[in-house]
Write a protein that binds this ligand. Structure first.
Ligand code: BTN
Length: 248
């Protein structure tokens, strides 16, 4: 078990920024939580909507090597999905590579960043839509919150504590390098596997069926021509609800 220390803030630019500051001072096993963020960010530097009512937290961990941090993103996603299932009864599912969905809409995104130097750190940033009732027009069709799904308000602090409990127990597999078990548990919560999807990568776009997740967290896609394509990084869109032009 890791002994996590929670640090709460009102407004931050980004909990990942604050966690970075702490890590540079040599602190680890810290959970930075903020009520709101002024520069919340997602993958590929996209903006993460960060007003009051959401949970914005970053787990800062000292790591010997940073080659396997993708598994941390996976265990964070499963920890969030398990927490949501427990507190709301909703069927939260994980979407490759870093999201959690409720009824096909995004409720959580995870941004894992690293710091390397004399000591290495992984910063696992988690954003969850909890008590928000509305989102800006550009994401309203693709985002949801626990409030929107259940018409109830939730205690954000309790949710952050439960996520850390779940994360802590899954982190044991990570520590023991039992990555197969992490993949296995992620797959049990998967929204992605078995779906016909479009994948956008920096090298091009592909359409096919998501058939598996590789042992290194890559997505295995079966293309229309029957060939198997391994996708290491990208964004995926499901059919027929594949109407989003920009991911968030
Ligand atoms: C994504 O979907 O692309 C990832 C979104 C991650 C958002 C969280 S909110 C807490 C932490 N601080 C940030 O600035 N980003 C992450």
């Amino acid at each position: 078990m890791l002994d996590f220390k929670f640090c709460y803030f009102g407004t931050l630019t980004s909990t990942n920024d604050k966690a970075k500051e702490f890590s540079k001072k040599g602190l680890s096993n810290i959970v930075v939580v903020a009520d709101k963020q002024t520069k919340g960010r997602g993958r590929f530097n996209r903006t993460w909507s960060s007003g009051l009512g959401g949970l914005y937290m970053t787990i800062a961990l000292r790591e010997n090597d940073l080659d396997n941090v993708k598994y941390l993103t996976f265990i964070a996603a499963v920890s969030v999905a398990k927490t949501i299932r427990k507190i709301s009864g909703l069927n939260a599912k994980v979407k490759w590579p870093n999201d959690v969905l409720l009824n096909d809409k995004k409720v959580c995104g995870i941004l894992t960043e690293t710091i390397s130097g004399k000591e290495n750190y992984a910063l696992v940033g988690i954003g969850i839509n909890i008590n928000q009732k509305i989102f800006s027009k550009n994401i309203t069709k693709i985002a949801t919150s626990l409030k929107i799904e259940t018409n109830k308000n939730y205690n954000i602090k309790n949710i952050s504590k439960t996520i850390i409990k779940n994360f802590d127990s899954l982190y044991n597999y990570y520590n023991k390098k039992n990555y197969n078990e992490i993949i296995h548990i992620w797959k049990k919560h998967s929204h992605t596997i078995g779906k016909k999807i479009k994948v956008k990568t920096l090298k091009g776009n592909y359409i096919g069926k998501a058939v598996d997740i590789d042992k290194d967290c890559s997505l295995i896609l079966k293309l229309k021509n029957g060939k198997i394509k391994k996708i290491v990084e990208g964004d995926i869109f499901s059919f027929p609800a594949c109407t989003r032009s920009t991911p968030f």
